[in-house]
Design a protein. Structure first.
Length: 113
């Protein structure tokens, strides 16, 4: 089982990034996938999640700015991040629960003011 994240980078405040996470080794379409983030000296926090039926949930801090989606044919979950702010700076991880925690390697997002 693997989760491979990509798409991070450096962007100015107000800019956009799109993160991707490709899964392998499990029944992708049947599972809820999530994005978490962790800034230095902070706890890892849930950003967004999407169920197998495409139901979504967002942290209050990103509602209206971030959009999670999935393409089951490509075994990929996306996080479209618009109007990025410096407080969004963190390492972003995709996550899956298969009776145990499965984490991707993370991708760094840095937003400059």
């Amino acid at each position: 089982v693997q989760l491979q994240a990509s798409g991070g980078g450096l962007v100015q405040a107000g800019g956009s990034l799109r993160l991707s996470c490709r899964g392998s080794g499990f029944a992708f379409r049947l599972n809820t996938l999530s994005w978490y983030r962790q800034a230095p000296e902070n706890q890892r926090e849930l950003v967004a999640s999407i169920t197998s039926l495409h139901g979504t949930k967002y942290a209050d801090s990103v509602k209206g700015r971030f959009t999670i989606s999935r393409n089951n044919a490509r075994n990929t979950v996306f996080l479209q991040m618009d109007n990025l702010q410096p407080e969004d700076t963190a390492r972003y991880y995709c996550y899956l629960n298969l009776s145990r925690d499965i984490w991707g390697q993370g991708t760094q997002v840095t937003v400059s003011s």
